[in-house]
Design a binder for this molecule. Structure first.
Ligand SMILES: *[C@@H]1O[C@H](CO)[C@@H](O)[C@H](O)[C@H]1NC(C)=O
Ligand SMILES: *[C@@H]1O[C@H](CO)[C@@H](O)[C@H](O)[C@H]1NC(C)=O
Ligand SMILES: *[C@@H]1O[C@H](CO)[C@@H](O)[C@H](O)[C@H]1NC(C)=O
Ligand SMILES: *[C@@H]1O[C@H](CO)[C@@H](O)[C@H](O)[C@H]1NC(C)=O
Ligand SMILES: *[C@@H]1O[C@H](CO)[C@@H](O)[C@H](O)[C@H]1NC(C)=O
Length: 393
């Protein structure tokens, strides 16, 4: 197990207390407009909200805590995101569990000391994993699926204070300023948590939303578009390399898609490139300006290369054997929209400069690559209905 340490504040050691597994704040009652949920509820962490805001949280009096363990199950294909948070002293001491590159990452702050530790197996394989966080004397221990222990040991030279006050617990977000963490990460998590047992407490939690979105029974990797919104990037995030080619690759069952898969707009111009699947005609149509190309929708992979004087389309795995479709010559600048333009997955960009879209996609793009790199829709300006890392199976 790869374990690394970062200890700040000149090697001061500290005793971790129970407080790290929780938090402490205003004993909020059941405020209006908040939904009460059980700590064991199944919660989809990707639900729309302020990205750092927890999906649910609770507060407990420290004097009521008898157990040192919190356990729950997690399922995700997302490599990065916030999972579980706890604090005391109104956020002065805190604990954050997240994923980075699919690997669990714990960050702990107590007094003037910050610790981060990452390690264990990759968890973003779409299977349910059981995670258990516990405090055992001088150690905080994370256990994955009953083994794979990740331990943080800390010892303080100071006398341990007696803890009073409250402990706050949160799932799917944090309650402190993100700048306080040593390791910064993207908080949005396209994942599900269920069967939570939090310090053996049976108190209700509060959800920060009116309705909790359900988790799909079964999932597969991909980005799922529900037909109600799209994801927008500035094309500047996909740099054009020296060979002056932009290669985009899309994987999925195109015969099960309906709506605009990809659209690109040059700055100050009307929509210039669009790739649209039509579930009625069973065709996928590519347009670039006035030019148009229609294909049967029976393929599983589509490669589109943009070069200054040509645009080429390949279907399926073997690029040499498939019919190479190309539009060439009549348009001077196939690369133009890639220079300072805007690109959208799952919808048609509007004509104006605002980001009003239309003809939204229903379906699953199993994988998206631009210039050979996976595109992470969590980095786009995206509609809440899109799940970036999973599709219903
Ligand atoms: C927490 O416990 C303390 C001491 O037992 C008590 O004075 C206080 O009222 C409790 N707070 C809540 C919110 O129950
Ligand atoms: C957890 O709580 C239940 C009932 O609330 C109790 O029977 C059980 O002993 C507790 N377990 C621990 C480890 O405190
Ligand atoms: C995209 O570009 C616009 C202006 O062209 C800018 O306001 C916006 O912040 C950019 N977005 C990203 C994600 O870079
Ligand atoms: C495609 O059409 C079939 C048959 O009309 C329908 O059952 C299916 O839901 C449609 N799929 C999409 C993504 O619109
Ligand atoms: C598309 O499919 C239809 C019927 O399966 C076939 O007749 C037609 O030739 C195909 N078109 C192309 C471009 O492959």
């Amino acid at each position: 197990m790869a374990v690394f340490w970062k200890a700040m504040a000149g090697g001061l050691l500290l005793t971790l207390s129970l407080t790290l597994l929780g938090w402490g704040v205003e004993g909020q009652g059941n405020r209006q407009g908040k939904k009460e949920v059980s700590g064991g509820a199944t919660v989809y962490l990707g639900q729309d909200r302020d990205i750092w805001r927890p999906m649910m949280y609770t507060t407990v009096n420290l004097s009521e805590i008898r157990s040192i363990k919190s356990s729950f199950q997690l399922r995700t294909f997302d490599p990065e995101g916030a999972i579980f948070y706890g604090d005391t002293k109104n956020g002065q001491d805190w604990f954050v569990l997240s994923l980075m590159d699919g690997i669990p990452l714990m960050q702990i702050s107590r007094e003037d000391i910050l610790v981060s530790v990452a390690g264990g197996p990759k968890l973003n394989d779409g299977k349910w994993h059981t995670l258990e966080v516990s405090h055992q004397e001088k150690f905080v221990v994370l256990e994955v699926d009953g083994s794979n222990r990740l331990e943080v040991g800390m010892q303080s030279k100071q006398t341990q204070e007696i803890l009073v006050g409250e402990l706050r617990l949160a799932v799917g977000g944090i309650l402190i300023d993100k700048e306080k963490m040593i390791v910064q990460f993207q908080p949005q998590m396209d994942g599900c948590v269920r069967e939570g047992s939090w310090l053996n407490l049976s108190i209700p939690w509060e959800a920060d939303v009116e309705e909790l979105w359900p988790c799909y029974q079964n999932i597969q990797p991909g980005s799922y578009f529900a037909g109600t919104g799209f994801a927008i990037f500035n094309t500047s995030v996909f740099p054009i390399e020296a060979d002056h080619v932009v290669k985009t690759e899309l994987w999925g069952d195109f015969s099960k898609m309906d709506g605009t898969i990809l659209s690109i707009k040059a700055p100050g111009q009307e929509i210039i490139f669009a790739l649209v699947a039509n579930n009625n005609t069973k065709e996928v149509t590519l347009t670039f300006g006035e030019e148009k190309l229609s294909m049967n929708d029976t393929f599983k992979r589509l490669v589109i290369t943009f070069e200054t004087d040509k645009l080429q389309v390949f279907q399926d795995e073997d690029e040499s054997k498939t019919t190479k479709l190309s539009i060439a010559g009549s348009h001077p600048g196939y690369l133009t929209p890639w220079r300072g333009g805007r690109l959208a997955f799952g919808g048609l960009l509007g004509k104006g400069e605002d980001d009003v879209g239309s003809q939204f996609l229903t379906g699953c793009l199993e994988k998206i690559q631009v210039q050979g790199k996976d595109v992470d829709l969590d980095l786009a300006v995206k509609h809440m209905s899109i799940s970036s890392h999973s599709c219903p199976a």
